[in-house]
Write a new protein. Structure first.
Length: 285
């Protein structure tokens, strides 16, 4: 294991920290990424000649949505809460696509999503940023070509963190568009997150409707299908070869933003959903 000569920290760990800080800097304008509140320069210890800094980020007190999904149950697809959150998730991933030049070492899942400001703002945390991908000059024109000359920082037969390879031939180097590959993963991650919030059975769907409406005794026959036709079509597209882009998703009516009056229902529904989870935990204790 190779370590830094002064601090003794493994080089791989240092690269991950640097990638995270640089990616955070690129995404500083996104409301879906924790804000950088301050950077404090710390005097180096006696054993280290390199000055260091302490980065202070916005504290998101809400637990990850995966934990809330396990404790509080599913959310109805037609509820204002789910409609607001699914658009927020796609917006957050679009900001990564448009503003960040780093690959992701792991999928973005419900464990990376938190609800801030009383459920009104979706925030992504704990993202594992990897290597920075090389920018391709004339990227729009290069999409129609099968091979391009490799940038200087692309090595022979290199596999990046997303599993994309560059291979050298006798005359040219075939370079995959790493940004397009990453964005394809982000589209699939968005579909997976949206689905994971929804119920998987009719009984769970009835419980979700009752929790958000504050009602009981929901007739199962009156419930719609567990997935709308729009979401089923999106799931089919996510498993195909020709994926929609994140920008195309946001322009679809399924991800239409809430009106001002509809937004007023987001925070009450979020609080009722949290209360259901608290009652369940108290009952099981």
């Amino acid at each position: 294991m190779i370590v830094a000569p002064h601090s003794g920290v493994p080089i791989q760990s240092l690269r991950r920290i640097i990638s995270r800080v640089e990616a955070q800097r690129q995404l500083v304008l996104s409301p879906h990424i924790p804000d950088v509140l301050a950077v404090e320069h710390v005097a180096p210890p006696a054993t280290c000649a390199v000055p260091s800094s302490r980065w202070m980020f916005e504290l998101i007190e809400a637990p990850p949505l995966r934990k809330l999904r396990d404790h509080c149950g599913a959310i109805g697809e037609k509820s204002e809460l789910h409609r607001h959150w699914r658009r927020g998730v796609v917006e957050a991933l679009l900001h990564i696509s448009a503003q960040c030049t780093f690959l992701l070492r792991a999928p973005v899942s419900l464990a990376n999503v938190r609800a801030a400001d009383g459920g009104e703002r979706i925030v992504l945390t704990g993202l594992e940023f990897g290597e920075e991908f090389p920018e391709i000059a004339g990227r729009d024109d290069a999409m129609n070509e099968s091979s391009k000359t490799a940038p200087d920082n692309v090595r022979d037969c290199t596999t990046c963190s997303a599993g994309v390879q560059t291979t050298r031939t006798a005359d040219a180097v075939e370079v995959y568009d790493l940004q397009a590959e990453r964005d394809a993963y982000l589209v699939r991650d968005a579909v997976a997150i949206i689905n994971e919030l929804l119920p998987s059975t009719a009984e769970e769907a009835a419980a979700a409707v009752a929790a958000l409406r504050g009602e009981a005794g929901i007739d199962l026959r009156a419930l719609p299908e567990l997935r709308s036709k729009e979401l089923r079509a999106l799931c089919n597209a996510a498993t195909g070869r020709h994926l929609p882009t994140l920008r195309q998703l946001l322009s679809h009516p399924y991800f239409e933003p809430l009106t001002t009056s509809e937004k007023l229902a987001v925070e009450p529904q979020y609080q009722r959903w949290r209360e259901v989870g608290a009652h369940r935990q108290a009952a099981s204790a």
